[in-house]
Design a binder for this molecule. Structure first.
Ligand SMILES: [Zn+2]
Ligand SMILES: [Zn+2]
Length: 224
């Protein structure tokens, strides 16, 4: 897990066919991520592919700088891919809080367009990441995906769930495009044998992470 972006996590997968990144963090922390990789004995120029969990600028803002540096293959779900190439408008946060956040974050959170995005086919492994299953887990955005590695029981879920503050929860409605879809995606995730869960925000959930996912669903069930 890469933590140089502070409030948002990216993940480096080694041992496949070349280095793979899951998300890039925001544009403004690109150099910090480069340093973090170097401090751990890796070079950002060796990144062969990037898997984008969803097209929000805090997760994909570093893409254009990375494309210029190492020209990796960029993978995203077709529903979100158009935002990365600039063909589709970015998702808008909901409500008054959303409008306010938009004003504050617009400049700091750019999502520079990239040349080419390879569409992810859920259920079909990404070339060079054969051990990882690609799951379509929409609701936070229509094209949100998660990656699951069944041997080590690791789930990287992007913003399907957040562990910000060390308390696993669903992202607040302001940031989601569809609450009902989000719930069924969390149900999909809860059916997996997940030991370690890596969210887009907050620390890793280690040891029987599936129980924590089930608890999120149970809490949502009560409030619904
Ligand atoms: Zn997000
Ligand atoms: Zn996020």
């Amino acid at each position: 897990m890469l933590e140089s972006a502070g409030f948002v996590n990216s993940f480096l997968i080694t041992g496949g066919d070349g280095l793979s990144l899951v998300d890039t963090g925001p544009a403004r922390s690109f150099e910090a991520m480069r340093t973090e990789l170097r401090d751990n004995g890796f070079d950002l120029r060796e990144v062969a592919r990037v898997v984008v969990t969803h097209a929000h600028p805090d997760h994909a803002g570093g893409l254009s700088a990375l494309e210029a540096l190492s020209n990796p293959r960029i993978y995203a779900h077709p529903e979100d891919a158009g935002i990365l190439t600039g063909e589709k408008d970015p998702y808008r946060f909901q409500g008054t809080k959303g409008s306010l956040l938009r004003l504050i974050t617009e400049k700091a959170m750019s999502l520079g367009p990239v040349e080419r995005v390879q569409p992810i086919e859920p259920g079909t492994p990404i070339r060079g990441l054969a051990r990882w299953q690609v799951l379509h887990t929409p609701g936070h955005t229509p094209g949100s995906i998660s990656l699951y590695e069944p041997a080590a029981q690791v789930l990287l879920c992007g913003d399907l769930l957040s562990n910000r503050g060390g308390r696993l929860h669903a992202p607040e409605a302001t940031f989601n495009t569809d609450e009902a879809t989000l719930r069924s995606s969390i149900e999909t995730a809860s059916a997996l044998d997940t030991d370690i869960l890596g969210c887009g925000h907050g620390p890793l959930v280690r040891g029987g992470a599936f129980r924590y996912i089930e608890a999120v669903l149970a809490r949502r069930g009560k409030t619904a």
